[in-house]
Design a protein around this ligand. Structure first.
Ligand SMILES: [Zn+2]
Length: 214
């Protein structure tokens, strides 16, 4: 088949709607909408019997190929919560933010830095031409609190990056494994996903808000 014919076949193939793919994955036991009997939580899914096996296989293979078969690599798995000063020192508290605007007419939400310059300047919706609200700052870190006594709780964040604990544990790893060259980490990170974010769960349904990263 020539390149032209290939292109033509690709163009003629209708795109499968995401709803159909999600529905098939649910029937086959790969993913289920989270809390579905209570109406579900938009964009959040649980892994079903086959989905969790698939994820575990990928994790196992990654760990085997990246850590266990390498003489100079050790692995760690960091906790999901770290001291809040970690995120202040890394600049996430101050800079890990999106500036968002809403259209008063069609109710769509946009990241200010994704709008065409003339729309951002005139506060004009790029879809319907409606008026946009003042920009509001939205931090992508997910807040949580440590402690049980009200008024005495410490605000902290679920980790926004998977790699942070490699730096935090660097000295400990070096002391306990002095011959290692490289440290890999497998763990989870949490971010609040926003419309127009590069990887928001409503469009990337297989991404759970608590993404497993390495
Ligand atoms: Zn609009």
């Amino acid at each position: 088949m020539t390149q032209t014919e290939n292109k033509s076949v690709a163009q003629d193939t209708p795109l499968v709607p995401m709803e159909k793919i999600v529905s098939l994955c649910k029937r086959r036991g790969f993913v289920y909408p989270n809390s579905e009997i209570y109406g579900g939580v938009a964009g959040i899914y649980d892994f079903g019997p086959l989905g969790v096996e698939l994820r575990n296989n990928i994790r196992r293979y990654w760990w085997w190929s990246m850590v266990q078969t390498q003489d100079n690599v050790v692995g760690i798995e960091g906790a999901i919560i770290t001291h809040p000063r970690v995120w202040e020192a890394s600049g996430h508290v101050e800079n890990f933010v999106d500036r968002l605007v809403d259209c008063k007419n069609c109710k769509r939400r946009f990241r200010l830095d994704h709008l065409p310059p003339e729309n951002a300047e005139r506060r004009k919706c790029p879809v319907c031409g409606g008026e946009l609200t003042e920009p509001r700052t939205f931090n992508l870190l997910m807040e949580t609190y440590l402690g049980v006594v009200e008024g005495d709780k410490m605000k902290t964040y679920l980790r926004g990056e998977a790699c942070q604990n490699i730096y935090l544990d660097y000295e400990n790893v070096l002391k306990s494994w002095p011959l290692y060259w490289l440290c890999r980490e497998r763990s989870q990170s949490c971010r609040q996903w926003m419309p127009s974010h590069s990887c928001q769960p409503r469009t990337v349904w297989y991404s759970i808000s608590k993404a497993c990263l390495a």
